[in-house]
Structures are given as structure tokens and as C-alpha cells.
Write a protein that binds this ligand. Structure first.
Ligand code: NAP
Length: 323
């Protein structure tokens, strides 16, 4: 499968490094807004083709899947380009700037019977099934609370601090602990409460969200670009609890009983980087003629964007394109 990438930035490098290790997949084309940058990326990461515009890449008939690796603000128009040339898409998270954009573009892909999915990579990881199996086994009883965090010292990160690029901690990092909680309860929260510390540029730089679900279960997600945190996630049940070491890319899953005794410690399968699973799922869906992945149905993408919209509304974060 020939992969074409749009945006020669940080995450494109990580995906290219991953694809290089995958059998049956090829780092085929890279597109940048300037040809010089695309050529340099092509040389460094051993791509076949370099394009100086995103449109040229979409016009290449050999591209089997377009991976969109630009800031969230650009995703909608990048996907519109892919739609124009009928190219299947794997688009980075956050999928769009808000739920309205997500709903709109997903409906247009569905009408065109064209595959698109969100690169919310933690949903594709094998650790998700390991956790689901543990929860189904009843080992910790009924979950009543989840907490998770993802924080990095990103205060100087230009993209994250720029409102016009849909910056802020929530859409970039907070989406992971939020997703961690949503994957446990597998339903929409009935109540959402969010608070943030705003940056000088007007984006959320440290954000806490509390979600309440139908039967009163809760999830606390926090994210910050002010410094590091442990990245761990916990699922507390009425008979014990689970600790996930690194909710962003699980390394180990520890199970404790109500006496705080470690009763199981599970590893995850060895992996290239973890990004390979979203690529494998795209290939499977395309082979089977699917237009969305059951791993993250389009409705889920819209629901998560809607939750983040409501959080931003409470925090007073409005992006320039929404004014
Ligand atoms: N899955 C993950 O683990 C993960 C990790 C990091 C980021 N991400 C997501 O991936 C996306 C890109 O993040 P990144 O960290 O790779 O960003 P980045 O390093 O800033 O790169 C983004 C690229 O987008 C292109 N671009 C297009 N329009 C742009 C604009 N107006 N301003 C700036 N750049 C623009 C640029 O490429 P050209 O100059 O070549 O056109 C730039 O290099 C984001 O949506 C982010 O949330 C995901």
C-alpha cells in the first residue's frame, strides 16, 4: 500500500519511521507547502515522490491512502482536497476544529462512499482489548471513576499556542485522557464540567475536565502544557482498580484488589511505535470496502469533538474561525 503524507512536520516523521518497518506498506509520497521542504523530507525519510503542494499529491493516482499530518485548523480543507480527488484518508486528531466541521466533512465522505478515519491512535492499540477483557472479567467489579492525564512542557510550542491553528492543550493532548475515560464507559457523558488556565495567546494551556455518565460514574481528565506529569490512567472499580502505565501508549497494565495488593501485571505486545495499528486498520477497511472503521466510527469522532466543543464553551475558548 502506497501512503501519501500531507504536512512534513513532527508526527509525519514518526509515522514515516513506523511505515519503513512495516511489510506491505510504502512511504510513497510527501507533500509540503514548499517543494524544497518536501524534497528534503523525501531524501531524509526515503520517500519515492515529493510534491510542493498538497493538491499535487492528491492528484497522484498511485497514492492509496492520504495521511493528514497538519495542524487541526487545516484538517477540514485538507480532507476537502482528498474528497475532490477521491482519496481515502487517515486524518490526525483532533479531527477538525470543532464538531460542526467534523459532522460536515464526514457526511460528505459518506455521500461519496469514501473511506476516512481519525488517527486517534490509542483506540487502535491492542491494549484497548486487554483492558476491555479485564473489565469484562469483573476483576475490579463495576468501574465508578476513571482518571487520566497527559501533560508535557509545551509552553514554547508555536502550534499549540496559536489560536488560529486551533491550538491549546485540550485538542492536542487532552483528547487522550478524555478518550481513555470514554473507552471505559463507552457512552456519552450526561454532564460535563471544564475549567482551564488560559495562555497569553488565548488558548487553554492547563485544562481539567470532569465528566459524569448515566449511572453516576465519573471521569477526570487533565492536560497541561506547563510541565510533565506521569501520563498514567486509573480505572477504579468497586472491588479493585487498574493502573495503566502511560495512557497515551500503554506500557503496562497493573491490577490491584481492594487491599491494594498487585494481583496481575500485564504487558502489551511488542510494537514498532504503536502507530502501525492505525495503518493496518486502514488497510483492512479499504480491503473490505468499508468507509469507516468500527474501531472509531464516525459518530465517535463527532461525539468527541462535541465534548471538546462543550468544554471549550465553558472555558471561553473560541477559535478565530468560529467568530
Ligand atoms: N498521533 C500522535 O501521537 C500525534 C502526535 C503529534 C501530533 N499529532 C497531530 O498531528 C497534527 C500535526 O502535528 P505535528 O506535531 O506534526 O505538527 P508540526 O510539527 O507543527 O507539523 C505540522 C505540519 O503541517 C503543515 N502545515 C500546514 N499548514 C500549516 C500552518 N498553517 N501552520 C503550520 N504548519 C502547517 C506543515 O508542513 P509543511 O510545511 O510541510 O506543509 C507543518 O510542518 C496535529 O493535528 C496533531 O494533533 C498527533
Amino acid at each position: 500500500m502506497k501512503i501519501g503524507m500531507i504536512g512534513a512536520g513532527g508526527i509525519a516523521i514518526k509515522l514515516a519511521d513506523t511505515i519503513r518497518e512495516m511489510e506491505g506498506f510504502e512511504n510513497y509520497a510527501i507533500a509540503s507547502r514548499t517543494l524544497e521542504k518536501a524534497e528534503a523530507f523525501k531524501q531524509t525519510h526515503a520517500f519515492m515522490k515529493a510534491y510542493g503542494s498538497y493538491e499535487e499529491l492528491c492528484q497522484d493516482p498511485a497514492v492509496d491512502l492520504v495521511y493528514i499530518a497538519t495542524p487541526h485548523s487545516e484538517h477540514l480543507k485538507n480532507m476537502e482536497l482528498c474528497l475532490k480527488y477521491h482519496k481515502p484518508v487517515l486524518c490526525e486528531k483532533a479531527f477538525t476544529g470543532n464538531a460542526k466541521q467534523a459532522k460536515d466533512i464526514l457526511a460528505r465522505f459518506e455521500a461519496a462512499h469514501l473511506f476516512v478515519t481519525e488517527a486517534m491512535w490509542t483506540r487502535y492499540l491492542p491494549s484497548r482489548k486487554i483492558l476491555n477483557d479485564l473489565l469484562a472479567s469483573g476483576v475490579i467489579g463495576k468501574p465508578y471513576l476513571v482518571d487520566a492525564n497527559l501533560c508535557y512542557p509545551n509552553k514554547a510550542h508555536v502550534r499549540l499556542n496559536d489560536p488560529s491553528l486551533c491550538g491549546g492543550a485540550l485538542l492536542d493532548m487532552g483528547i487522550y485522557p478524555l478518550t481513555f475515560g470514554l473507552m471505559v464507559y463507552e457512552e456519552l457523558p450526561s454532564q460535563i464540567y471544564a475549567q482551564c488556565k488560559k495562555s497569553e495567546t488565548g488558548v487553554d494551556e492547563a485544562t481539567v475536565g470532569i465528566l459524569t455518565f448515566r449511572e453516576g460514574q465519573q471521569a477526570i481528565a487533565f492536560t497541561s502544557m506547563l510541565g510533565p506529569a506521569d501520563r498514567n490512567g486509573h480505572i477504579y472499580g468497586d472491588q479493585g482498580y487498574i493502573e495503566v502505565i502511560n495512557c497515551n501508549n500503554p506500557e503496562r497494565i497493573d491490577v490491584y484488589n481492594a487491599n491494594h495488593e498487585l494481583i496481575r501485571s500485564l504487558g502489551v505486545p511488542s510494537q514498532i511505535s504503536g502507530y502501525e495499528y492505525e495503518i493496518l486498520e486502514c488497510a483492512r477497511c479499504l480491503k473490505e470496502g468499508l468507509i469507516e472503521s468500527p474501531v472509531i466510527p464516525h459518530k465517535t469522532t463527532i461525539d468527541v469533538m462535541s465534548i471538546m466543543d462543550r468544554m471549550r464553551q465553558q472555558m471561553g475558548i473560541i477559535y478565530p474561525f468560529e467568530r
